[in-house]
Design a protein around this ligand. Structure first.
Ligand SMILES: Nc1nc2c(ncn2[C@@H]2O[C@H](COP(=O)(O)OP(=O)(O)OP(=O)(O)O)[C@@H](O)[C@H]2O)c(=O)[nH]1
Ligand SMILES: [Mg+2]
Length: 331
């Protein structure tokens, strides 16, 4: 059984950067990682892609041959991949049995809201090939700086959750850039917990695109905003974790939630032996050998990373170095 992450999100939200950082963090902690680039428009990959859709089809070829623009070209490529899933299956099956998969997807949001081919690809991965994937949805935290953008990304998150029907974790990416966008209208908890969206409505209603308050469209606009907010709240599914890829604690906290979501944290370790990791940092019920296994396990390292103290400044030598837990380096 293979575990992994399906990394989705709007253009430029940080998917490829996240895959690179997550690959390095997982490898530094002893997991065997296979990164699968499923974005045919990804021409300069920062990570080592074990499987690359560009070996099957490229955007350039499609745009030239089919006389399509970038959006049409990308949809064509995804449809083509769906018709040639044997290609992907062969490459996935070639990987070592304990591989952990990171799928880097394109940034075209219709792929995650209503596109049939992407849904079929994901269904194949999770049902026919029995991969245990968490869908990791990255959204640029810039959207918190504007009520209408925030409402739209919450709606987008909800759409992808219902479209893929996978364990799902939403991340507010690029948190380090938040300061640049000025003071937020609400505290960060409001955005991460997606609290009462009705607070956004007066702000949304003020931003009515130049339409005067007496205009008939204005009332429709208010009703639409209220209906969207009510719809989102009626599902009560969306929340976010904050993320700055350069911050080890945030990455570790996100990974812990992702691992819990797909079950990875409960059943496996990189050596293939099973163990269960609860919420405590110490092993309490095993023999000396099993205790030492637990100490060495990536679950334990992950917990150590999550529980690290704030004072632990990280002198960063290189990007991989910073993901190695201090407790491991010191022993
Ligand atoms: N400051 C900061 N920049 C980031 C972070 N994550 C990504 N970036 C930058 O955001 C830009 C876009 O990142 P990508 O990883 O290419 O985003 P993407 O979602 O893969 O983009 P597409 O594949 O085009 O949809 C790059 O310049 C990254 O360096 C982050 O956590 N902090
Ligand atoms: Mg990308």
């Amino acid at each position: 059984m293979n575990f992994g992450q399906l990394v989705i999100g709007p253009p430029g939200s940080g998917k490829t950067t996240y895959c690179h950082a997550m690959q390095q963090m997982l490898e530094a902690n002893g997991r065997r990682v296979c990164v699968v680039n499923l974005d045919p428009a990804n021409d300069a990959l920062p990570y080592r892609a074990t499987i690359d859709v560009s070996d099957l089809i490229t955007m350039e070829e499609v745009m030239d041959a089919m006389q399509l623009g970038p959006n049409g070209g990308l949809l064509y490529c995804v449809d083509y991949l769906e018709k040639n899933l044997a290609w992907l299956k062969k490459r996935i099956k070639e990987q070592p049995a304990d591989s952990y998969f990171l799928f880097d997807l394109p940034g075209q949001v219709e792929l995650y809201t209503h596109h049939a081919s992407m849904k079929k690809i994901v269904t194949k991965l999770t049902q026919a090939w029995r991969m245990k994937l968490t869908c990791v949805h990255l959204v640029d935290s810039h959207h918190c700086s504007d009520s209408s953008k925030f409402l739209s990304v919450v709606l987008l998150s909800l759409c992808s959750m219902t479209q893929f029907e996978l364990p799902h974790v939403n991340l507010l990416s690029k948190l380090d850039l938040m300061e640049q966008y000025g003071e937020l209208e609400f505290g960060m908890d409001f955005y991460t917990d997606v609290m009462d969206l009705s607070y956004l409505l007066p702000r949304l209603n003020r931003q009515q695109g130049g339409v005067s308050a007496s205009h008939p469209l204005s009332q429709k606009f208010h009703k639409l905003n209220a209906a969207i907010a009510e719809l989102i709240e009626s599902y009560n599914l969306v929340s976010f974790l904050p993320l700055d890829v350069r911050n080890r604690e945030m990455m570790a906290a996100a990974l812990q939630v992702i691992d819990k979501a797909n079950g990875c944290i409960y059943v496996t370790n990189p050596n293939g032996s099973s163990s269960s990791s609860g919420s405590s940092g110490s092993s309490s019920n095993g023999t000396g050998a099993s205790q030492s296994n637990a100490q060495d396990s990536w679950q334990q390292r992950l917990l150590n990373m999550v529980h690290k103290t704030q004072q632990d400044e990280m002198p960063i030598m290189d990007i991989q170095e910073k993901y190695i837990p201090r407790t491991t380096k010191d022993t």
